[in-house]
Design a protein around this ligand. Structure first.
Ligand code: ATP
Ligand code: MG
Length: 225
């Protein structure tokens, strides 16, 4: 008589699907049973490129580093959710846990969509409208207000689009979909709100250089010339 551990359990099938997007570390799929959710699967070491490939060299020898991002990301999400109230709008994506897939462990998160794929700040950097700049600045204000530790605030990690709010399409927003959590070897951003504020200042300054926006350090907002 087989016990439950001898039976091959079905896993979420993604292998036959076309990926929605990919980053340097993960491939992104729309959840096959819920289009309002995404499943992010860590790439295999040979599939990673650039900076991530260099990182995988270290990760090969210290495998715990390879999953460190997930621990940091979830810790940050949890830290935020335990502090904010129902009327607050999280500037980062909701995270719904992990699922086993035919491509490896999948991280389930909300889909920021806009007639399909939500557009990143990187894709929109040359054509950013005043209303979208206002959405970005609103998100930046909430990152400071909720003291979110975000160590990788790149233009490709901000996504514009709509989220699902309990079955209803939400308003257009700009959401930080990746890059939150204090991943630095010396976790300076975790020393306190003041230290994280300085870290966010630094990230925003760098984001301005990459996007052609100006960073108004006094008001902690982006402007356009
Ligand atoms: N929640 C989301 N909603 C909509 N699109 C998303 C979402 N998360 C990611 N994306 C899209 O997928 C791309 C890659 O996702 P993500 O940044 O999570 O991957 P990554 O490999 O961890 O990235 P990085 O290269 O920054 O390490 C993003 O640039 C964006 O275009
Ligand atoms: Mg990313």
């Amino acid at each position: 008589m087989p016990n439950s551990f001898d039976v091959a359990r079905p896993v979420l099938k993604l292998g036959h699907l076309t990926a929605l997007a990919e980053g340097s570390q993960r491939v992104i799929y729309v959840h096959p049973h819920d289009p309002n959710k995404l499943v992010k699967v860590l790439k295999t070491i040979p599939d990673t490129k650039g900076r991530a490939r260099l990182a995988t060299f270290t990760e090969r020898h210290f495998p715990r580093i390879r999953t460190r991002w997930a621990r940091k990301e979830y810790t940050e999400y949890l830290r935020m959710m335990l502090r904010i109230t129902v009327s607050d709008v999280p500037p980062i994506t909701h995270m719904f846990g992990f699922t086993f897939t035919d491509l490896g462990l999948g991280c389930v998160t909300e889909n920021v969509q806009d007639d399909g794929l939500g557009q990143t700040l990187y894709a929109m950097r040359d054509t950013l409208t005043a209303p979208d700049l206002a959405l970005l600045n609103d998100t930046i204000s909430r990152l400071y207000r909720y003291d979110i530790r975000a160590s990788d605030m790149t233009a490709r990690n901000f996504v514009f689009g709509h989220r699902d709010y309990a079955g209803t399409k939400g308003p257009r927003e700009c959401v930080l979909a990746d890059g939150f959590g204090d991943i630095h070897a010396i976790p300076v951003r975790s020393w306190g709100r003041w230290a994280n504020g300085l870290g966010l200042d630094d990230s925003c300054k760098r984001l301005a250089v990459k996007t052609g926006l100006q960073w108004d350090a006094k008001h902690r907002q982006f402007t356009q010339s």
